[in-house]
Design a protein around this ligand. Structure first.
Ligand SMILES: Nc1ncnc2c1ncn2[C@@H]1O[C@H](COP(=O)(O)OP(=O)(O)OP(=O)(O)O)[C@@H](O)[C@H]1O
Length: 755
């Protein structure tokens, strides 16, 4: 791209165009707020002084069409927002065989010229806008509604517009690099997640627009835009399905509430604020319609801070509960539970056989298998009830008829003349008694019959599963030794008996709930986006897919940041091979967040990990090499931090984080800083939102997914050990958080890997 502005030959024409667009937006907004009758007046007021094109004469016609001004609240809001920057790019395209070059201005939202239905602004998500993101200049094509359109792309132009004023125009040709991207990356980190629509890169665009009817798995390097892409894909989805799809059918599963707070800032900009946002834990509780007591997960922290055998066992148990082997255990268990509902008892009302056991069991195990067990039972129960209802009259009449006939015969039979009266009166009594019996049987037989089947709740099934180590080991088909099965049962029951669960138990509970009782359809999303998906276990993903009855998942993650890998994924292979066989798998190795100098250092850590991804390739942007400072006492540590922040502020940076390996170190660091600068420092914990104007102190494992202009990795008692995979990942996560600057501060260099 060449920098031609401010005296780009088209600068004044483009300025006029911008002016026209802004005024048009004003008219549309004010008309929709007042009334359509006001339209003419508004138009004249806005355009009285300039020639605003061929359409000027036609506006009277459109007054008859009221739907032009009917806008939803959302449309109105996005148009209002668009006023300061209605579009960011233009493409000139000539459809093959057409003699006309079309100019398309691309922005965050679309705008039609009411008079002639021409587009003043094309939405970035529309099919033709794909040419801006994908198309080279020259022969190109795009797809819309299953058709391919060929043609010639003769211009790709970018606009810098600030506060509604055109500042610069840049034409993109084949040889130039993307300066707009460079400019955008050089910015400071407040509100960055929202600002990438104009600079979405080709590889990212392909993921955003990948087939919306297929699952997709993205292994993306730190800073490659996974979170951003996931959010834009949702926005793209909403745009494409807005007529038929309620945004609540979409769900984002984020790693923590802290993270939800971080991404939610981006959502309104993308028009996706009505999408459900939750964590896995909260979602499972919603599905179970129960508030569960979840034991606080200290395993990661303990793994970071201590190395005793107990923690190793607990982590092994977590890993096993999340594994494919555990899925097999659950499948066997459910099969066994199912068999308890087979019956050999026919269904009788009094002496009448209304339904055979064979047919009942057949329906249960063959015809109704698409339903969870207890729903099948509910359905069978209603089936029996309806049989009883339809036979009720007949059964009563049969008894009545039987006695009536006898009474009748007695009345006319001579031989019974002597004791006729007594006989008839007895028969009448008997008749009443039998009819009562039948009526009672009609009322009670279904419930009586159903009593043969067990009725337990989810918690009871969960306890039962872990109550018999021998059975558990046999279900595992050799994956669990007897000793391991005992350990697993003991460990789980210790909590479960107090009605407490660990995070790992949630996937199991969800699996059991969906197979035994089912999930209310109101809780089922149709399309699910999971960020930091590497921290999910096989079982979590599998049970989600089963419970939601869809495979429409977008999974984005980075195995190199898989700090929960004792229970999370070690590889994507089982995910796309087993759980989502229809999925497209893609890798992103380009990183947009940080500078070349920082990424080169981080890459050294990546090579210590057992993955064969290529090194992360940073977008060309230079900065300072990471620094290291040695301190003697805590006062010096604090001064170093303060100096880094002060000089960063002078350079215009806005967000600062001190990252420690563990919470213990972070508490210590934040206390020292607090003492010296009360109110200026915030120790970040799981449930909190990120303050904009304070120095954030955050442990490495909570910093995942976040970003800051300047990051200081500080060590007090802790060290990162290069022999330990978890430590490498934690330091890698911390090192990939900064946008611009990275500093290490420790008592000695050896506290950090590679320093
Ligand atoms: N095409 C782009 N144009 C401008 N900025 C971009 C682009 N892609 C990504 N970025 C910026 O790069 C940074 C990293 O993006 P994001 O947080 O989505 O990455 P990530 O892959 O989720 O990272 P991590 O794995 O470290 O959490 C963000 O500041 C984002 O705005």
């Amino acid at each position: 791209m060449t920098k031609e502005s401010p005296i780009h030959p088209d600068f004044s024409i483009e300025s006029e165009r911008l002016e026209f667009t802004k005024r048009y937006i004003d008219v549309v907004i004010s008309t929709s707020l007042t009334s359509k009758e006001k339209y003419k007046e508004n138009m004249e007021k806005a355009f009285g002084d300039i020639d605003w094109g061929e359409s000027s004469a036609a506006y009277i016609d459109i007054l008859t069409n009221s739907s032009f001004f009917e806008m939803s609240k959302e449309e109105l809001e996005s148009l209002t927002k668009a006023k300061t920057k209605p579009y960011f790019a233009r493409i000139d395209f000539q459809h093959e065989g057409s003699g006309k070059v079309e100019k398309h201005y691309i922005g965050k939202t679309s705008l039609y010229q009411r008079e002639n239905q021409e587009q003043i602004i094309v939405d970035w998500r529309s099919p033709i806008a794909n040419l801006y993101y994908e198309g080279r200049i020259g022969d190109v094509s795009y797809e819309a509604e299953g058709e391919t359109y060929e043609g010639d792309l003769s211009l790709k132009r970018q606009y810098m517009i600030e506060d509604g004023l055109l500042e610069e125009i840049r034409d993109i040709d084949l040889t130039t690099t993307d300066e707009l991207l460079q400019d955008s990356l050089a910015k400071s980190s407040s509100n960055r997640l929202t600002e990438i629509i104009s600079t979405i890169q080709e590889e990212q665009n392909r993921i955003i627009r990948a087939d919306l009817n297929k699952p997709i798995i993205v292994q993306g390097a730190a800073g490659s835009g996974k979170t951003t892409i996931a959010l834009h894909r949702i926005s793209y989805f909403i745009y494409n399905y807005k007529q038929h799809f309620d945004p609540r059918q979409l769900m984002i599963l984020a790693p923590s509430n802290l993270f939800i707070d971080y991404i939610s800032e981006a959502l309104p900009e993308l028009g996706v604020e009505r999408v459900r946002q939750t964590t896995f834990t909260d979602y499972v509780m919603t599905c179970l319609e129960k508030k569960l007591t979840i034991v606080e997960d200290h395993k990661l922290i303990q793994l970071i801070e201590t190395h005793d055998e107990k923690v190793e066992t607990a982590s092994w148990i977590s890993g096993f509960k999340g594994s494919k082997a555990f899925r097999r255990i659950l499948e066997h268990y459910i099969e066994e539970v199912e068999q308890r509902f087979y019956t050999s008892k026919d269904f009788y009302v009094d002496k009448y056989k209304l339904y055979t056991a064979k047919r009942f069991t057949h329906l249960f195990k063959e015809e109704y298998t698409y339903m969870p067990i207890y729903r099948r039972m509910d359905k069978l129960k209603s089936l029996l009830q309806s049989y009883v209802r339809s036979n009720k009259k007949q059964m009563v009449e049969k008894v009545e008829k039987f006695f009536d006939e006898r009474i009748e015969t007695a009345l006319f039979e001579r031989s019974k003349a002597g004791n006729r009266k007594e006989y008839v009166s007895k028969a009448l009594d008997k008749k009443i008694e039998r009819v009562d019996e039948i009526k009672k049987a009609i009322r009670t037989s279904v419930n009586g019959y159903m009593k043969q089947f067990e009725k337990k709740n989810l918690h009871q099934y969960f306890i039962e599963l872990f109550s018999d180590p021998v059975r558990l080991a046999s279900y595992s088909k050799g994956e669990l030794s007897g000793r391991q099965a005992e350990q697993l049962c003991q460990y789980t029951l210790k909590y479960a008996k107090k009605k407490q669960y660990e995070v790992e138990d949630l996937a199991i509970l969800l699996y059991l709930q969906s197979h035994l009782f089912g999930i209310d359809k109101f809780h089922k999303a149709k399309n699910i986006v999971i960020d930091e998906a590497q921290d999910y276990s096989y079982m979590q993903l599998y049970s989600l897919k089963r419970a939601l009855e869809t495979d429409m998942f977008t999974l984005v993650g980075d195995l190199a940041q898989g700090i929960h890998s004792y229970r999370g994924l070690q590889s994507w292979e089982p995910v796309y091979r087993d759980i989502f066989p229809r999925a497209t798998y893609t890798e992103l190795q380009k990183s947009y967040r940080t500078t070349i100098e920082i990424m080169e250092e981080a890459n050294k850590l990546l090579s210590l990990l057992p993955y064969d991804f290529p090194k992360v390739n940073p977008v060309v942007r230079h900065g300072d090499a990471p620094s290291f400072d040695e301190y003697v006492d805590v006062d010096e540590l604090a001064s170093f931090i303060e100096n880094k922040v002060d000089s960063g502020r002078k350079e215009g940076f806005q967000t600062f984080a001190v990252i420690g390996k563990s919470m213990k170190d972070c508490v210590e660091i934040s206390e020292i800083l607090q003492e010296r600068q009360p109110g200026k420092v915030k120790l970040l914990e799981e449930q909190e939102s990120i303050p904009k104007d304070q120095i954030v102190v955050v442990p490495s494992y909570l910093s995942k997914g976040l970003e800051f202009d300047v990051v200081i990795i500080a060590a007090v008692e802790e060290s990162f050990n290069r022999e330990n995979e978890l430590d490498i990942k934690l330091q890698y996560v911390a090192m990939t958080r900064p946008l611009h600057k990275l500093a290490f501060i420790g008592k000695k260099r050896e506290q950090f890997i590679g320093q």
